[in-house]
Design a protein around this ligand. Structure first.
Ligand SMILES: *Cc1c(COP(=O)(O)O)cnc(C)c1O
Length: 436
């Protein structure tokens, strides 16, 4: 065993890619975690929307203990039943025919979406019936551009930062992956203009933008994106890595905004496995006419040899995800997320703090926008983000939250959070704000 402190180990041996908070956590139970000094924290960050049913749920602990002693990994050279069952479950949650591919993270799930779009642009003519053949054959010579949104976040791989509409993640990593253009979020005319380019093959968006203060899409914007994709023969891709699989109180985050829209493909990660590293994409079955003349469902476009990963959907992680998602279903956590989400938003608004400008979000994806004069009122040190400053004061007071951009703080409690825990978090927040 090392005699160094945890901080010393990190300072010496861990590549410093993160601006970490000075918390050294050791164990968790339900909505609480404890640090090395056994101080208890109410966890309203949930590992950034990951531990969706809280820490160490007894059903998941028991199921994983059993699976770990049965079969952990076999690779995707073979079949394993838990992965098949999980795929069936996810297709059921989407509520439309399609198929699922498993990977390990949100960034990697989005890579699947980019590759699907590239393949669609290179091999496909267009979904049957939207263009005349002449138009399409011409456009398909160079259909490869994906339209994404400004202020978006799609992960840290090279294509992920290229897709992301924020300069700060790209800086120093040029040249970026080509084939992405960005338009302002919720800006119908800008999207309309962007898709006129015949080189465009897909539109990718987060139904709720998670990394700049929690901004939901407008219902009308989602519908427009669907209509434009239909009219131009494009794929509509939703990044539900943060907002999907129950966070909003629906399995499909966008259905909390507009249940009439159906994307062509979806990416998931974060909450899908309750803490086990897992990502996935769902792809729908709309027909794609290939240049070869054949017509196949979109979900079969990524055929054998075209995409893969060693770990994706292991028996262990798939079993864990199946149990986590069963618990959400059987313990009524979608309804709880909706009810507790409105309760929390109302309670935060009722604080009527001059330091809070707005409370945004859907279900348990909540953004607390700080007032423009927060830095002045709270005496935030020069150059420090107000969101980071507040998150640190909340840590000291025993509440874990996550910054979202420079001036908003996120609440992402587990989907089974209790009313009393929200009351406790609101009280801590009230006390900290009152101390400024
Ligand atoms: C977190 C996140 C990602 C990246 O997921 P990783 O698992 O960190 O790679 C992508 N998109 C959205 C919307 C996210 O919130």
């Amino acid at each position: 065993m090392s005699s160094a402190t945890t901080r010393e180990l990190f300072d010496r041996y861990v590549i410093p890619t993160y601006g970490r908070f000075d918390l050294r956590l050791t164990r968790g139970e339900g909505t609480y975690v404890w640090d090395e000094d056994d101080k208890r924290y109410l966890d309203f960050g949930a590992g950034i929307a990951v531990t969706s049913i809280g820490h160490c749920h007894p059903r998941v602990v028991a199921t994983m203990r059993e699976q770990i002693g049965t079969l952990v990994h076999v690779s995707n050279l073979y079949y394993n039943r838990p992965q098949g069952i999980l795929a069936e479950r996810l297709v059921r949650y989407v509520g439309a025919p399609g198929k699922v591919f498993f990977c390990n993270s949100g960034a990697e799930a989005n890579e699947g979406l980019y590759k699907l779009a590239r393949k669609f642009g290179n091999d496909g003519l267009t979904p049957a019936g939207t263009h005349t053949v002449g138009e399409v054959v011409e456009a398909c010579q160079y259909r490869r551009t994906i339209v994404t949104m400004l202020q978006s976040f799609h992960g840290r791989t090279l294509a992920g930062i290229s897709a992301t509409g924020q300069e700060k993640v790209k800086h120093g990593f040029e040249p970026l992956v080509e084939g992405f253009v960005h338009v302002p979020y919720n800006d119908g005319p800008a999207l309309l203009a962007a898709v006129q380019d015949p080189g465009v093959v897909a539109v990718l968006l987060e139904p709720i933008q998670g990394e700049r203060g929690i901004y939901p899409a407008d219902a009308k914007f989602l519908q427009l994106a669907r209509d434009l994709c239909d009219r131009h023969g494009l794929l509509l891709l939703f990044d539900e890595v943060q907002c999907g699989l129950g966070r909003t109180g629906d399995w499909c985050g966008w259905k909390s905004i507009n249940p009439d829209v159906m994307p062509d493909a979806i990416s998931w990660a974060k909450g899908i496995g309750g803490g086990f590293p897992l990502g996935a994409i769902w792809v729908g079955n709309r027909p794609v006419r290939l240049k070869t003349g054949k017509t196949i469902p979109l979900c079969d476009l990524l055929g054998p040899g075209s995409h893969g990963t060693t770990f994706g959907g292991t028996p262990l992680v798939s079993t864990g995800a199946n149990e986590v998602l069963s618990v959400i279903e059987e313990e009524g956590m979608l309804a709880n997320a909706k009810a507790m989400g409105s309760y929390a938003r109302q309670a935060l608004e009722a604080l009527a703090s001059p330091l809070i400008a707005e409370v945004r979000g859907i279900g348990l994806l909540i953004g607390i926008q700080l007032s423009d004069d927060f830095a002045k009122r709270a005496n935030v040190p020069e150059g420090k983000y107000p969101s980071l400053f507040l998150v640190e004061r909340l840590h000291e007071a025993g509440l874990l939250t996550v910054p979202s951009g420079a001036s908003a703080v996120r609440w992402l409690p587990p989907l089974n959070v209790k009313r009393a825990e929200i009351d406790e978090a609101v009280e801590i927040t009230r006390r900290v704000l009152a101390s400024f």
